[in-house]
Ligand binder design. Sequence first.
Ligand code: UD1
Length: 424
Amino acid sequence: MDLIEITGGNPLEGKIRISGSKNASLPMMIASLLTEEKVELSNIPNLSDVTTLIELMKSLGAAIEVDQTSDFGGKMTCVTKNILYTEASYDLVRKMRASFWVLAPLIARYGEAKVSLPGGCAIGIRPIDFYLSILKRMGVTLDLKDGYVYASVKSRLRSINFTLDFPSVGVTHFFLMMSSLAEGESVLKNAAKEPEVEALAEMLNKMGAKITGHGTNTITITGVPSLTGTKVNVPPDRIEAGTFAIAVSATGGEISLDSVNSDEIDVLLNVLEQSGVEISRSKKNLKISADRKRNSPVNISTAPYPGFPTDLQAQFMALMAIANGTSVIKETIFENRFMHVQELARFGANIKLKGDTAIIEGIERYNSAPVMATDLRASASLIIAALSAKGKSTIRRIYHLDRGFDKIEKKLRSCGAVIERKED
Ligand code: UD1
């Protein structure tokens, strides 16, 4: 298994092009299965989550071609004339929770599906109760046995009005896909407003769906009998952009981020400014400058969009652990998303946990350390700590990192980081 070795202490200086969004690519790729026509997606990031999903989509009968040779994003074409197999196996679904969403095109187009219960990052209980309620209300018969969801429906899906107890991103994607092919008008209340939901809704509309209200908490969808092919560009990854912004805030230096949607990480940029970082923003570019003084502590609480993203919580904690004072971070989305705390402690961080809250006493500087990645975004927090630590650190279990960060070593190396991937 590979590990990453980082010799920390260098400021980051340079320019980074932000890749296409992982969390937009995955639902957009799955939406390609909703039509028998050709779908072309560009700006697909080169990630193991994308590869896993391609494998799963091929196993269902999709003909997929991928070109990941360009530094300016990959291209994928997908034609699914017929869904040939309706089973999404444990082996493919356990690696990534988003795989579970293939249930939507399978049931909407074929009326039958056997999908393994989802896996993904171990960051909480992550139930599927909202998905199951929606399926049942839309007329789908369900049976849960041997770790699989067996679903079938005899006629077209029924349209429904549904209110989410929590604005779940995945469930909103799922609802959009299901109701686009259902009979009649469906309404989703307390829907997620994340930019990835907007990207999916816009893609579905280009395919002939009739969706309004995406980006607000009430989405209305009028079902159509079938969808057409389309050509779409995946929007930039706001979590990747935010991660690099936090990294330079920790190491000092100046980086310019190209191909970003600055507005989407406004809440993070405001917090970084409060902590003493200088940021100049235009719509598609960000320049982040940080001197090598310690940042001021800032308290945050994660929240659904447009609040502080849970996917940047671990990275921000890595920055606050070397801030000049005490900060408090509250995690409100996932109940077990603090696994990075024990690994940050190996670098010398002083963090105490009390339920959903972390109290962080900033230390002067990180020591280098051998650490282990525990989940996708946590692995980025360890990279940030290692980049700012004095000396050589090693990060193991980096397959977590490869799920969601496109060419991260190459991008950091181009900004002066001493980072290498090695065989363990
Ligand atoms: C997506 C993102 C993930 C991000 C998360 C929250 C992708 C591929 N992943 O994950 O990176 O961290 O949104 O922004 O886009 N819940 C239920 N019942 C359900 C479904 C969800 O209680 O049926 C709860 C979850 O346990 C969690 C909360 O809803 O506490 C939010 O989860 P959700 O928004 O669904 O996360 P994902 O879509 O899995």
